[in-house]
Design a protein around this ligand. Structure first.
Ligand code: NAD
Length: 467
């Protein structure tokens, strides 16, 4: 018997099989979860396809009302959803609560947007308009680090534009998403929103599916490449939000004591499992030692534990594979640099890793060149700011980046030169629903959020009439 069911064609249905979802803090099961078969994925796509003609004909005003009702449903159940999110994902309850509230706010934001026709001419000789039409069935694929908020990057935008959706969370974090599905299922006509869960085996079938017109994918760069390849046959639209290796550059005029806790937070939030976490910290040589000392204080003071326990600031890594991967990054950093805080697993149950700071490390080391996606921070010394920007840019990734300085105008000028989709000054990872978010280079294709993100769920149609 499964506690968590799939949403297919307006009904909560049991999966053709079940799977156990583990709490990464205890390694105990959180609940039995329905697992969809390929046939059930096909049913979900068929339901979405059948629901599309009527849904796409509804007025945008009506669709906005649906999004507001969904936002209310999330907000009214924030306590339950956040608890579930902490249990399956590991993050502290306060962070999970923030994420669920954020998801509700993103639905509310999209409910304020419009897709008006652009009237190019309407005179005695011609009428020409540029319209935005929905695409059809959208497949939304989400990773395990932020199941709720990343779902809310995609679902409200797709629905507002008049598409129908098949949503798939990651195999290790499907529960809050399935509970969300149950809470909102009666707010949309059957088939408009379908939610399936898999054991990491149906993503390829989704991206190949001939009846899905667009894939909105968030996940790793490696999987993103597969999505792109398998979407080719059906000439499917894709948007890819992929990995990052964000550089954070500290100029020579900051106060290390004041800045270190902010940098620490930018790197260690969600145990470092954030696509736009600060993953390489470049510090000017004039304050390198002082900054390292301050960062060590932050790491040593952090309360790491079960996210459900009050006072926990950092939870476990989300799953065993990621836990082992991050430990391997630590081992390579031990060879390439000097570990000055943390550097080991914490306890013997749960996927906990001590917040780890590594100094005297540079490019050429795995911890600097690759995406660690965990609580391990390399602190790199530089002397020339222009050289720091060049080193920041010498990466396949280009998701985010930031420059920190008292003289913020100087930082702004340097920020312009960073090859990244989002660049911040004196902050990092400031995501807002009204700003487009997307990556340069290997960090992705297209963007989500904002009006730009909404438009990616549409097809342009030019209506052009002679009078
Ligand atoms: P992943 O690529 O392993 O999985 C992501 C999703 O893709 C899961 O739902 C998975 O089941 C599905 N999937 C697996 N194989 C597939 C296939 N062949 N075709 C289609 N879908 C498939 O990523 P992950 O390990 O869950 O997430 C971590 C990665 O995601 C990191 O690299 C991180 O930087 C990135 N990420 C990016 C953003 C962003 O917005 N740019 C946000 C969060 C996470």
């Amino acid at each position: 018997m499964s506690d968590f069911k799939l949403l297919i064609n307006g009904q909560m249905v049991a999966g053709d099989s079940t799977m156990s979802v583990l709490n990464p803090a205890t390694e105990e099961p959180v609940g039995a979860c329905s697992r969809a078969s390929k046939a059930q994925l096909d049913q979900a796509v068929a339901a979405a396809k059948a629901a599309f003609p009527a849904w796409s004909q509804t007025s945008i005003e009506d669709r906005r009302k649906v999004l507001v009702a969904m936002a209310d449903a999330i907000q009214n159940n924030v306590t339950e959803l956040a608890r579930l999110l902490t249990q399956e994902q590991g993050k502290p309850l306060a962070d999970a609560t923030g994420e669920v509230f954020g998801a509700s706010a993103f639905f509310r934001y999209f409910a304020t947007l419009d897709l008006p026709a652009r009237v190019v001419s309407n005179d005695a000789t011609s009428r020409v308009e540029v319209r935005r039409k929905p695409l059809g069935v959208v497949g939304a694929i989400v990773p395990w680090n932020f199941p709720m908020i990343l779902m809310a990057f995609k679902v409200p935008a797709a629905l507002l534009a008049g598409n129908t959706v098949v949503l798939k969370p990651a195999a290790t974090t499907p529960l809050s998403t399935l509970r969300f599905a149950e809470l909102v299922k009666d707010l949309v006509p059957p088939g408009v929103l379908n939610v399936i869960a898999d054991a990491n085996d149906l993503g390829g079938d989704m991206t190949r599916h001939p009846d899905i017109r667009k894939i909105s994918f968030t996940g790793s760069t490696e999987t993103g490449k597969k999505v792109m390849a398998s979407a080719a046959d059906a000439l499917k639209r894709i948007s890819l939000e992929l990995g990052g290796n964000d550089a954070l550059i500290v100029l020579d005029d900051v106060d290390p004591k004041e800045t270190a806790p902010k940098i620490y937070g930018a790197a260690m939030q969600n145990a470092g499992q954030v696509c736009i976490a600060a993953k390489r910290i470049y510090v000017h040589e004039s304050m390198y030692d002082a900054m390292c000392e301050e960062l060590v204080k932050c790491a040593n003071a952090a309360v790491v534990g079960d996210g459900l326990e009050q006072g926990t600031q950092m939870g476990p890594l989300q799953n065993k594979a990621q836990f082992e991967k991050v430990l391997s990054f630590i081992e390579s950093a031990r060879q390439d640099g000097k570990i000055i805080a943390g550097g080991a697993r914490l306890g013997d149950k749960g996927y906990f890793i001590q917040p780890t700071i590594v100094r005297d490390i540079a490019e050429g080391s795995k911890l600097v060149d690759e995406e660690q996606f965990g609580p391990v921070m390399p602190v790199i010394k530089y002397s020339d700011p222009a050289d720091a920007v060049a080193r920041a840019n010498a990466s396949i990734y280009g998701l985010g980046g930031s420059i920190w300085a008292k003289d913020s105008e100087r930082a702004w000028d340097l920020a312009e030169g960073m090859e990244a989709g989002s660049v911040w000054v004196n902050k990092h990872a400031d995501l807002r629903p009204d700003l487009p978010f997307g990556g340069a280079k290997f960090s992705g294709i297209g963007s989500e959020l904002g009006e730009e993100g909404l438009k990616e769920f549409t097809q342009v149609q030019v209506l052009n009439m002679a009078r």
